[in-house]
Design a protein around this ligand. Structure first.
Ligand code: PEP
Ligand code: MN
Length: 368
C-alpha cells in the first residue's frame, strides 16, 4: 500500500485543541491562543464517544460552524472525530480539513467500513487512532479499508490501549505496537496522543519527550482555556500557555548521525545486547525444560498444572528483585506473566501427551 503525507508542516507536527467543542467562545479562545504556536492542526471533538451515559456527548453538528470560523479567523486547519457515515457527510459539507477515526471506532470493522464507503471518491486526509484493544492487525485493517476506498492521505495516532485496574497511565502506551506500525508503514506519519495515554497532566511532558525520542512525527494534545471546568476529560487537559511551554521544553533529537565515534559506541553496545538476548533465550529454554520435568512429575501424581500459591510467591519475590534493579513493576509483571503463560502451556502439553517425546512445537494457524 502506498500512502501520501497528511501534513506538509515541519516536524514536529502539533495537533492541539480541546477534547470537546463546548461553546463558540471556548473554541475561539483556544484557537486564538494557539494561533501562533506552531500548531499544524486544531482539534475539537463534536460527537463524543463516552464510556458511561449521562456524560456530555458532544455539541453535535452546531460545532462544525465554530470549526469553520476557527479556520477563517485564525488560518488554522481543523479536525474532528467521525464515527459514522453521517458524521463524514456533515464534515465534508463544512469543509473540515482532516477527519480522525477514534479508538472505539477503529476497533469496529463495521463502522470503519461504513466510514470508508462514505469516503469513496473524496480526497480528505484521515488520521486513524489505534483501537482500544492492543491489536495491531485491527489498526492496519482500518488503513487497508480506507486505502481500498481510494483514500491515500493517511496518518496514525497512537493513544494507548485500555487495561483493567489502576495503572500509571489512563491507556497503557505499549510502545512496541506503535513501533511495529511504523515498521509496517515506514512512510506514514505517526503522532502520539499523550493526553489519552497519560490521562493526567503531570506526566504529559515526560511522555511527549519519550515520543520525540522514539521518532514520532508529532503530538496530539488536549488544550483547554480552563481545563478544570472542561466538560470532558478535565483532568488531562492543559491551558494553551502550559502547552506552548511544554512544547518548547522538549528536546527534538536527530534521527541519526554519521559521526564515527557515535556509530562505534552504538555498535559496541548493540553487540553486547545481542549476546545478552541470546543468553536470555537460552536461559528461558532451560527454565522451560525444568517446567516440563515438573509437568511429568505432576502427571505421575495427578496434580494440577496451576499452583496459584507458588505463582504468587514467585511474583512477589521477582517484583522486589526488579525494584532493587531499577526495573518497573509494570515490566516485571508483564514479563512474568508471559513466562508463566508459556510455562503453563508447556506443562499442559507434557501432561496431555502420552509420551514426553511427543512434545513438538507446532505453528498455530493464523487467525483473523
Ligand atoms: C478524543 O480524542 O477526544 C477521543 C475521544 O479519543 P480516543 O478515541 O483516543 O478515546
Ligand atoms: Mn478526550
Amino acid at each position: 500500500m502506498s500512502f501520501e503525507p497528511v501534513f506538509s508542516a515541519q516536524r514536529p507536527i502539533l495537533v492541539a485543541g480541546p477534547c470537546s467543542a463546548e461553546t463558540e467562545d471556548q473554541v475561539m479562545a483556544t484557537a486564538r491562543a494557539l494561533q501562533h504556536g506552531g500548531v499544524a492542526l486544531f482539534r475539537a471533538g463534536i460527537w463524543k464517544p463516552r464510556t458511561r451515559p449521562n456524560s456530555f456527548e458532544g455539541i453535535g453538528s452546531a460545532g462544525l460552524k465554530w470549526l469553520q470560523r476557527v479556520r477563517e479567523e485564525t488560518g488554522l486547519a481543523v479536525t474532528t472525530e467521525v464515527a459514522n457515515a453521517q458524521h463524514v457527510e456533515e464534515c465534508l459539507r463544512h469543509g473540515i480539513d482532516v477527519l480522525w477515526i477514534g479508538a472505539r471506532t477503529t476497533a469496529n470493522p463495521f463502522s470503519v467500513q461504513e466510514i470508508a464507503d462514505a469516503l469513496r471518491g473524496v480526497e480528505v486526509p484521515i488520521l486513524v487512532k489505534n483501537p482500544i484493544n492492543p491489536d495491531l492487525k485491527l489498526w492496519i485493517g482500518t488503513f487497508e479499508r480506507l486505502h481500498q476506498a481510494g483514500i491515500r492521505r493517511l496518518g496514525a495516532i497512537h493513544r494507548g490501549f485500555s487495561s483493567y485496574g489502576d495503572s500509571a497511565y489512563r491507556n497503557a502506551p505499549r510502545w512496541q505496537i506503535a513501533i511495529d506500525l511504523m515498521q509496517t508503514f515506514p512512510n506514514m506519519e505517526v503522532l502520539c496522543d499523550i493526553s489519552h495515554i497519560c490521562g493526567r497532566r503531570n506526566t504529559l511532558a515526560e511522555t511527549a519527550q519519550k515520543a520525540y525520542d522514539l521518532n514520532y512525527d508529532g503530538l496530539m494534545v488536549e488544550v483547554h482555556p480552563e481545563p478544570d471546568s472542561a466538560w470532558s476529560d478535565a483532568i488531562q487537559q492543559i491551558t494553551p500557555a502550559q502547552f506552548l511551554a511544554m512544547v518548547s521544553s522538549l528536546v527534538r533529537r536527530m534521527p541519526t548521525t554519521d559521526d564515527p565515534d557515535f556509530l562505534a559506541s552504538i555498535e559496541n553496545c548493540r553487540s553486547a545486547i545481542d549476546e545478552i538476548d541470546e543468553e536470555i533465550i537460552a536461559l528461558i529454554a532451560r527454565r522451560m525444560q525444568l517446567v516440563r520435568d515438573i509437568g511429568l512429575i505432576k502427571k505421575e501424581k495427578n496434580v494440577a498444572v496451576l499452583q496459584p500459591e507458588r505463582f504468587r510467591a514467585l511474583r512477589e519475590a521477582l517484583l522486589l528483585r526488579g525494584q532493587k534493579n531499577e526495573l518497573s513493576q509494570e515490566f516485571i509483571a508483564l514479563l512474568l506473566e508471559a513466562i508463566h503463560q508459556e510455562s503453563i502451556s508447556q506443562q499442559e502439553r507434557v501432561m496431555n501427551s502420552t509420551k514426553a517425546e511427543t512434545l513438538k512445537t507446532t505453528t498455530p494457524p493464523v487467525q483473523d
